[in-house]
Write a protein that binds this ligand. Structure first.
Ligand SMILES: Cc1ncc(COP(=O)(O)O)c(C=O)c1O
Length: 361
């Protein structure tokens, strides 16, 4: 059918979702390809969502006042500092739509969160990717040097997806100071809860000092609500007003709002799960290193194997063992930290990998 479509859309890449694995040779499959939380939702969250189910014939309250107030008080900011979205990916998209005109530049480190270039292109702006430094972190000096008068937004992903690398407070602060104050610097902290690095940049601290900083948080990762789609920005009221204008109307459902509220009330319970995941991350990291695999340190709920040319062979081995992981051909493999059973399987694969790939490692 000859339907009207935007010029160039045929060349536009689609977002690649992490694969759902298939059971293999009697092995239970685990999905470790989307940095999801392996734990089921908390009973209090299920209860809140169940209560909200009886009114899904109605549109949600668009202003989501109760949740907005709760998030604002969580961070000791005002409700005018909080913009909500259907996942932080939608809030990222709002920022690009609100701050750019066609042809303006949006900068990000590369490789980083795969959605950045897609969101930028979809909004009619132009991606400005800056290669990562050799340690898998942002090359903030190169990024600052690359800012042009057309650069309107810069995403800084801390910890970085997929490398897990963390930026120090000093490095990020010097970067913000080097960037013109009319550029929005987005500190994307999707994995902030897993970040135990002592000298890390803390988004909210930067926001309090620099009004052109916007902080992105999500309920998808540590809070385990990926399926309900809820994220938010903490930003200056002028930016928040603009974000609300470009948001998809009714994008944040009543179920998501109630789940978000219940999760904020259950932070102590969630903290125990985070502790477990962080401790499992340490166990898997140490074992991968001991097996001779090229794994980077990570402060997120995933690990990055710098497998380069061996990526295909290694990825096949994970798949054969019913683990779906995220492979970036020629670059590396990102593995989400799962529950202990899934993590034991990662280690079993690592032992096979050492034997199989020994000549290459
Ligand atoms: C760095 C980063 N930012 C944002 C997101 C988006 O998360 P969500 O839209 O589920 O809040 C992700 C998801 O993987 C991510 O890795």
């Amino acid at each position: 059918m000859n339907i009207p479509h935007r010029a160039g859309l045929e060349n536009f890449p689609s977002y690649r979702q992490g694969k759902t694995p298939a059971d293999a040779d009697g092995l239970k499959a685990f999905k470790l390809s989307s940095n999801e939380n392996p734990y089921p939702p908390l009973p209090s969250v299920v209860q809140a969502v169940t209560r909200a189910l009886s009114s899904i014939n109605l549109y949600p309250e668009m202003a989501a006042e109760e949740l907005t107030d709760a998030i604002a008080s969580r961070w000791a900011v005002t409700p005018e500092n909080i913009a909500l979205g259907a996942g932080s990916v939608e809030v990222a998209s709002q920022i690009i739509h609100a701050a750019t005109n066609p042809g303006d530049l949006v900068m990000f480190a590369w490789r980083s969160f795969e959605a950045y270039p897609l969101l930028v292109t979809a909004a009619g702006a132009t991606p400005q990717p800056i290669p990562l430094a050799p340690d898998g972190g942002h090359d903030l000096a190169a990024m600052a040097a690359a800012v042009t008068p057309k650069t309107r937004v810069i995403f800084v992903c801390n910890p970085n997806n997929p490398t897990g690398n963390v930026l120090s407070a000093a490095a990020v602060e010097s970067f913000i100071q080097a960037v013109p104050s009319n550029v929005v610097v987005v500190l994307d902290e999707a994995y902030v809860h897993f970040n135990y690095a002592e000298d890390t940049a803390v988004g909210i601290d930067m926001f309090r000092k620099y009004p052109n900083v916007a902080v992105l948080h999500t309920f998808s990762k540590a809070y385990g609500l990926a399926g309900l789609r809820l994220g938010y920005a903490i930003a200056a009221p002028e930016l928040v007003t603009a974000l609300r204008k470009v948001a998809v109307p009714f994008g944040v459902t009543a179920l998501a709002q109630q789940a978000g509220l219940a999760s904020l009330q259950a932070e102590d319970e969630l903290a125990q799960r985070i502790e477990t995941l962080v401790s499992e991350r340490g166990r898997v990291h140490a074992a991968l290193l001991a097996a001779g695999l090229p794994v980077l340190p990570s402060e997120a709920n995933f690990l990055w194997l710098e497998s380069g040319e061996r990526t295909g062979a290694l990825a096949d081995l994970f798949e054969q063992n019913a683990l779906s992981i995220r492979a970036f051909p020629g670059e590396g493999i990102r593995i989400s930290v799962g529950d202990p059973e899934a993590n034991d399987r990662i280690l079993a694969v690592a032992r096979q990998a050492t034997a199989l790939l020994a000549p290459l490692l």
